[in-house]
Design a protein around this ligand. Structure first.
Ligand SMILES: Cc1cc2nc3c(=O)[nH]c(=O)nc-3n(C[C@H](O)[C@H](O)[C@H](O)COP(=O)(O)OP(=O)(O)OC[C@H]3O[C@@H](n4cnc5c(N)ncnc54)[C@H](O)[C@@H]3O)c2cc1C
Length: 402
């Protein structure tokens, strides 16, 4: 009998298993994948996620993987660009974009080093229940027979199509259909490899540096364009780059080093993340369009919140259900404002007039530009930046400067 079984060993599952094991719990961490392995995702970890890696003692390994820091951000809205450095959080000023082959291996190894039992190539086929309560998992290893394992709590860190969420029929809320589709690849020899975002009608183009001198470029289109884009990805990608001629020129001087990968499987939803004997973490419990690059940092935060709640419950400091209700409330409080902002970005439409005015007013105001960029990366609270006094002060300064 384990204290906890965690299904899924990437950004959400491995840190959850690591944190529980570090608190002394007996943890089983399973994944049908083996590590290192790639997954459909790009890699940008904002400062709050980086701060967690630092706190967990894992940031040095990311840096040692030949992954450069990213401090400057550039948001090009067409007629002009805002450029700056978001304010730091907990002393962390840099973001990083490690390949998932690198990051997920560091995370799963950290879970094992903390004492979690890790079973790779193990597929969970169903949950074991006793009445309403989840009591374990049933699955199989590569080529092996059926195995049943029991635990006080089973945690689904098994991604957007979570089997755990499906089997417990976890309620969804605030859900919105997919709004975008995206394709990405990697280039070598791309000069100026900072993070750059190009917002264009019906497109968002994002580029940034990852491991070993490579740059990734991802293009987002409206979901309605997916069937057309997938027929000839290279041509559509190239046409998108033409909307940002300076970037297109640099990309064409570089070399694409891998095939394109992409998806239209980008639904937006929250799921109730707990019930008797089960909990959800990461994409399994909360999924949103990746256009603002929140998923990895969200998974890290929720691993922290969930591990603390489970510890409170299993150690008897609070009823477990109360502690898990607190986890859901804190997750939602932390994410609702950026969820709304993400949906606005994912609409791929020109910003509404008030936002256009604000963006215009930020030009030449470096401090507030940095704070605006901080709202997306999560180092400046969105309600604080968009408070009417702050907006009034930005507009007032712009009027005085004009
Ligand atoms: C195109 C794209 C770009 C993105 N870009 C960014 C970005 O720049 N920054 C960012 O922060 N986020 C980004 N994201 C989001 C990010 O990838 C996810 O939020 C993150 O991977 C969630 O991690 P997770 O651990 O919850 O789930 P996942 O990474 O999906 O891991 C789930 C794991 O569960 C395992 N599993 C599933 N079912 C079973 C089963 N039955 N038995 C055993 N194992 C199972 C899977 O094998 C998998 O390893 C992007 C996503 C996409 C699609």
């Amino acid at each position: 009998m384990y204290d906890a079984i965690v299904v899924g060993a990437r950004c959400a599952g491995s840190p959850t298993a690591m944190l529980l094991a570090r608190k002394g719990y007996r943890v089983l961490l399973v994944d049908r994948a083996s590590f290192p392995s790639d997954t459909l995702s790009v890699h940008y970890i904002h400062q709050p996620g980086v701060a967690r890696l630092a706190r967990w003692g894992l940031l040095d390994q990311v840096i040692a993987s030949n992954c450069p820091p990213v401090r400057r951000q550039r948001l090009d809205v067409g007629p002009f660009a805002l450029e700056g450095t978001p304010p730091p959080l907990d002393g962390v000023a840099d973001g990083y974009a490690p390949r998932r082959t690198v990051l997920d291996k560091i995370l799963v190894d950290a879970a094992a080093a903390a004492g979690a039992e890790v079973r790779e190539r193990f597929t969970v086929g169903e949950l074991v229940t006793d009445g309403e309560r989840v009591t374990g998992i049933r699955g199989h290893g590569a080529g092996g027979g059926t195995v049943t394992e029991e635990a006080r709590i089973v945690i689904g860190a098994d991604g957007i199509h979570s089997l755990v969420a499906r089997q417990v029929d976890a309620a969804e809320y605030n859900d919105k259909p997919a709004m975008t589709c995206a394709y990405y690849s990697y280039w070598s020899d791309l000069p100026k490899p900072g993070v750059e975002l190009y917002s264009r009608p019906d497109h968002m183009i994002v580029t940034g540096p990852t491991n070993d001198g490579q740059s990734l470029i991802i293009v987002y289109w409206p979901i309605a364009a997916f069937s057309e884009v997938r027929t000839d990805i290279e041509t559509h990608f190239s046409a998108a780059l033409d909307l940002a001629p300076d970037l297109a020129e640099r990309v064409r001087a570089g070399t694409r080093t891998e095939r394109f990968k992409g998806t239209a499987d980008l639904r937006n939803f929250y799921r109730r993340p707990y019930g008797p004997g089960w909990a959800l973490v990461g994409d399994a419990g909360y999924h949103k369009d990746p256009i603002t690059a929140q998923g990895i940092s969200d998974a890290f935060r929720d691993a922290d919140l969930l591990a603390a709640a489970i510890d409170d419950g299993l150690a008897g400091r609070r009823p477990l259900a109360d502690a898990l209700a607190g986890y859901e409330a804190r997750r939602n409080e932390a994410t609702m404002p950026i969820y709304e902002m993400t949906l606005q970005f994912a609409a791929l439409q020109p910003p509404p007039p008030e936002m256009q005015q604000l963006l215009g007013a930020l030009r030449g105001n470096q401090e507030q530009t940095n704070r605006f960029l901080g709202t997306v990366v999560g180092t400046v609270p969105i309600p604080e930046f968009f408070a009417s006094e702050n907006l009034g002060s930005i507009m007032g300064m712009a009027a005085t400067a004009a």
